[in-house]
Design a protein around this ligand. Sequence first.
Ligand code: BEZ
Ligand code: FE
Length: 277
Amino acid sequence: MSTAKTSAAPSRLNEVFDDLISTLRAFIRKHHITHDEYRRAVALLTEAGKREGEVSLLMDVFLEATVDQVDWAGRDGTESTVEGPFYVPEAPAMKTPCVLPHRANEPGDVLIFSGAVRSPDGSALGGAIVDIWHADAEGAYSHFNIPKTQAPYNLRARVTTDDRGRFEIQTWVTAPYQIPKAGPTGALLAALGRHAWRPAHIHVKLSHEGFETLTTQIFLKNSPWLDSDVVGAVKPSLIAGLEKHEDPADMRKRGLERRHFTVAYDFILPTLVKAAS
Ligand code: BEZ
Ligand code: FE
């Protein structure tokens, strides 16, 4: 089918969009999509558009892991994975060591997340920013989960590494959670007979001048759903084990009065990919 063109030079948008439309038309023919099915798809997208955050949720659940695989193929450094729909920019700036913003009665066990940020040649990246966010011990994110029981930026911060590239962040052990199910994304998963669970994970976005910004997640070893993440974003190199500390001497060393957990992970930022001139 010819298209109504107003300019001669095909841009990347023309190429990609034309291919998307022909792929969708071929898909409609292949599966003999009925008019009723077409209208139901339109209704699902219309409903998603009416709900705050739902379009991002729908796209991120079904497509973001593939975009990550394609866009990050061939890069060096720590493996990336999806950002997801729950990132909030401009979290409070903190210097390592620090305690993330939290409630007076923050539920669950204390977790100390530590490590280093390095370049591919192994040099320490002092002054790198570790932008961290994760769900609480009940699987809820500040800013998103309803009812909103967490203050803005709870369990979120942008932490600067020390001059040896290290960070030590006190937070609370996060939990597996189900992505929000009340809207069309949840309805679609239910209709497909799929669960909505993600394994326990900590999101980070790491940046330093002269390197690519790395968006990734650290998955907690032994968490349920590591093998069947609804988003398909787990990579074995990103799984890290929790260590439990119950020895009173161990607790005193950290100035803590109760048992706590630690998780350590060292990150390597990818070499900057120069934009084509
Ligand atoms: C998340 O990691 O929070 C997430 C990622 C993609 C879709 C939904 C949630
Ligand atoms: Fe998440």
